[in-house]
Design a protein around this ligand. Sequence first.
Ligand code: NZQ
Ligand code: ZN
Length: 365
Amino acid sequence: MEERTGQQTRAMGCERVLLVYGGGSVVRSGLLDRVKASLDAAGVTYHTLGGIRPNPTDDRVYEGIEMCRREHVDGVLAVGGGSVIDTAKAIAGGVLYHGDFWDFWAGRAVMTEALPVGVVLTIAAAGSEGSGNSVITKLDGMHKISLRTTVLRPRFAILNPELTFTLPAYQIACGVTDMMAHIMERYFSTTGGVEVTDRLCEGTLKAIIEEAPKAIADPTGYDAMANIMWSGTVAHNGICGTGRVEDWTSHAMEHEISALYGVAHGAGLAVVFPAWMTFMASHNPFKIEQYARRVWGQDTAMDGIAALRRFLASIGMPLTFADLGIQNPDIDLMVRKLHENKGPVIGGYMKLTAKETADIYRLML
Ligand code: NZQ
Ligand code: ZN
């Protein structure tokens, strides 16, 4: 499929693209060369922006925007994971805007247009290949913020499971945790009458729970890797949130951890989500109990959370700040920045102020 990148790029109306990639995995695997050959064959010219790091930062976005303007680029291609895709999206949105691209992330402007974005995905995790989100960290102040807009949803995404065979077990586990979190952020909702969407969420979660250990045991096993890759997209392309208010507190709280301490987003979520659920088990237990029963076959909310924790530990994920390698987390700072970035009250499942979010961070110690 990746050999059709050139053809797909043409089909989205582009002839001169910016090719964005990460720290080298796509160079070592030969994928980048195959994508370039496909662009050459389709008569698409390209300029490259490589070395995008996990938890991507605004400096590379400004650099990409400059390149696109200088070279009169008409589309952006991402070859990699969420960090690469999010950078490509931010560049695509920034190029057509005369002000500072960060205005959109800071909520000072609304994005109405962007260059078309295409994706060749190499890791099942963030779901950015199917989402309209782009998560960028502003280096000045280390503000990590997610922008959600349909304008940035990729025009095409190539998902060949074989491209994920080179992933280390830890990255697969981080990806699995992230996609589960994307479903749970939508599942934990107070909106009633959403049985079909609840069952979509539960079914996908159960498939992930079954396939993940197989994928981690053998990253070259096609079927497990294919199921995990498809789950990553289904988890975050919007379908699991149909017709309901979503939560997203755990993601906002995790973004403060990865912005400050540079941990992998999925690993941070393994620490945050069970803590958030533990808080909810004593404040708003209804949906946590349903989740425990239907996903884990457990009678109580706390037993469901314990089952989730056992699963996360079994795939090698951390469960506390100390497991993440953070000995003295600065909870006051994270709480302050969280509410600076997201407002004084956050969350769809239960409204939380700085007092409650601090309590939840303390449950991660
Ligand atoms: O940089 P390279 O060398 O490619 O290595 C990457 C990177 O070190 C490696 N990797 C990727 N594909 C590989 C591979 N290594 C070997 N073989 C392969 N096939 O994996 C590492 C992690 O890559 P990254 O792109 O950072 O992973 P992920 O897809 O988890 O993206 C994480 C970022 O996405 C954001 C996160 O906050 C984080 O910044 N998110 C984006 C979302 C969105 N746009 O919708 C939603 C998420 O909730 C999330 O917040
Ligand atoms: Zn996520």
